[in-house]
Design a protein. Structure first.
Length: 594
């Protein structure tokens, strides 16, 4: 086969090189149902033929919205791309308002959903989506057309030559997909990625991942609507890895034991949960077993790569692995030799302890706009340094701006934002993509992220939070004068709330609640409950991951004099967080973290 240049080339390359019996595997009931490479291609072609018979033309848009990763998603993906249409994956838990905006902005003609819940959500806005002709579902849903109808329409192979002609006409620089990301302005931006953007990132990233080609097994569970997991799925296809799709995030631990994967991709929040579960088991032990367990954890927390701790540590590590860490690995199926982590920064302690346990986490860095990987750690050739995101991929150029911002150039950098020339010009000024992250490249060539230029942050689950959007919405409540959303690197967003003291005191006196001081107001259960009602109501405007899960009321009015505000009345986030560190710890139970 010629060089891979388009995304739909991957399955054909796999057929030629590996021809897997289990290319894509999804659990149905209690059975893992395997789809071979040949079946994958045959069904994708049938899907393409069906779409052409439905009148799909080059550059039409088809949105795919799925609650979980599955074989059907990948067949639909290749089937759509082969017609020259674009696959627009959409995150399943966003608000109705965002669904409506994305479907209209992209001009989606068809939507494929995974289940009834999503069918109901899209049905309720269908009349407001101008171009939308029909909704299809992967699962059987009453009143909804099934995706198999498209496959059936394509059963007759008479128009396969048309599919081949269109495929042959598609160039690597053409648009493959539009991926919508949270924007600080409140409207998601449509990142346009070409075949070349993603293919180049796959080929550059593959050099960093040590697979046994044609033999490895992966478990996939991170949302495929994100470019991170989607790009990884193309890597798996490229190197002949059998892809098993987890039933859900909740069932990942069960599925890992069943599938016994060699590799998974993860986000820090998931690794935190795995670690916390392991520590909880250790805490339940007694006597010498418990002492040994925590001795091994301490050994793990001292881990440095490449034997940097010396021979005595090496002996302790060998013993810890034999006695304790081997059980951790067994609990994760026994074969797991690599976890690739992205989306948010991993705590160095987790990187150390998992590497010590021989289930190393290779942290990487990237953005949707860079397809996504810019840099990633690799245990081989001295390419692993804890506290960094690894060395740059070969072919990616990084320049550090005067203010420390990381600027990126390479074949993986997006075409631009869909129908938004202004934001595109802003993001790509000077020929480099402006990441909004601050960092540096050390003497050994490792990239380190030190700060965020923008106020936007990520939770440990890798979800972007745009605090100002949420804050501005919450401040519409009469009860809330100031609010600061927190949660960078934590499992969920939370907030400090400075109430409108005068208004709340009036409300309290009407209710016969005696609040003698601001501190009494901040401590009042009745006030907290009433503000909770306000927060709950406003939360509905946001996606599940953006919603404020907890808050604490501050007893002070925030001011320029008090140091919480700038002279132009912007929040001094760092100062506010430092001032209310105890409230922060109360929210996230930081003091109780192991």
């Amino acid at each position: 086969m010629n060089k891979i240049t388009r995304l739909f080339d991957f399955p054909y390359y796999q057929l030629e090189k590996y021809n897997l019996n289990a290319a894509l595997v999804t659990k149905q009931g209690n059975e893992w149902v395997k789809t071979s490479t040949q079946e994958y291609i045959d069904q994708a072609n049938a899907f393409s033929r069906g779409l052409l018979r439905m009148g799909i033309k080059k550059n039409d848009k088809i949105a795919v919205i799925s609650h979980n990763n599955r074989t059907e998603w990948n067949i639909a993906d290749i089937g759509i791309l082969q017609t020259g249409a674009q696959n627009v994956p959409v995150y399943p838990t966003i608000s109705q308002e965002d669904f409506e905006y994305i479907l209209n902005h992209s001009g989606a003609q068809y939507v494929i959903v995974s289940n009834e819940d999503l069918y109901q959500k899209i049905s309720s806005i269908k009349s407001k989506v101008t171009a939308l002709k029909e909704i299809y579902s992967f699962e059987e849903v009453s009143g909804c057309k099934n995706w198999k109808e498209i496959l059936d329409l394509g059963k007759d192979t008479a128009n396969q030559q048309e599919v081949e002609d269109i495929k042959n006409s598609i160039k690597e620089d053409e648009l493959a997909t539009i991926i919508y990301t949270s924007g600080t302005t409140g409207r998601p931006k449509g990142v346009m990625l070409s075949h070349k953007n993603i293919v180049s990132d796959v080929l550059m990233s593959e050099e960093r991942v040590p697979f046994v080609k044609g033999e490895s097994v992966a478990l996939s569970f991170l949302p495929v609507c994100h470019i991170y997991e989607r790009m990884i799925l193309y890597i798996y296809q490229y190197v002949g890895v059998s892809i098993y799709f987890a039933e859900s995030i909740e069932k990942v631990s069960d599925n890992i034991k069943e599938v016994k994967p060699h590799v998974i991709t993860a986000v820090p929040r998931l690794l935190e949960k795995v670690y916390d579960a392991i520590i909880a088991k250790g805490s339940a032990l007694t006597g010498i077993k418990k002492k040994l367990f925590f001795w091994a954890v301490d050994v793990g927390l001292e881990y440095e790569p490449y034997g940097a701790n010396g021979p005595w540590y090496g002996f302790k590590l060998w013993l810890a692995r034999k006695l304790i860490f081997s059980k951790w690995k067994a609990g994760l199926g026994g074969n797991l030799g690599l976890m690739v982590s992205g989306s948010a920064a991993i705590q160095p302690r987790l990187a150390r302890v998992f590497a010590a346990a021989e289930i190393p986490v290779m942290e990487g860095y990237g953005l949707t706009e860079t397809s996504p990987v810019i840099a990633v750690n690799d245990q081989r050739n001295g390419g692993f340094k804890i506290g960094t995101v690894g060395r740059l991929l070969k072919g990616v150029e990084v320049k550090i701006a005067e203010d420390g911002e990381i600027l990126v150039k390479g074949p993986n950098v997006m075409m631009g934002y869909y129908n938004d020339a202004e934001k595109t010009a802003e993001a790509l000024q000077g020929g480099y993509f402006h990441t909004g992250d601050i960092g540096n490249v050390d003497a050994d060539g490792f990239l380190k992220i030190t700060d965020r230029k923008k106020e936007m942050f990520k939770t440990s689950g890798g979800k972007y939070i745009a605090p100002q959007l949420i804050e501005n919405a919450m401040k519409q409540s009469r009860f809330i004068e100031q609010i600061m959303v927190i949660g960078d690197g934590e499992k969920m967003p939370a907030a400090f709330i400075q109430p409108d003291f005068a208004f709340v005191k009036q409300w309290a006196s009407r209710k016969g609640i005696n609040l003698e001081s601001n501190q009494a107001l901040a401590d009042s259960k009745e006030v907290h409950d009433r503000i909770q009602e306000e927060v709950d109501g406003i939360n509905k405007k946001f996606g599940h991951w953006e919603q404020i899960k907890k808050f604490e009321i501050t007893p002070d009015a925030w001011s320029v004099e008090g140091g919480e505000m700038t002279p132009t009345l912007k929040l001094k986030r760092k100062a506010v967080k430092e001032k209310y560190q105890k409230l922060y710890d109360k929210i996230y139970n930081s003091a109780e973290k192991v």
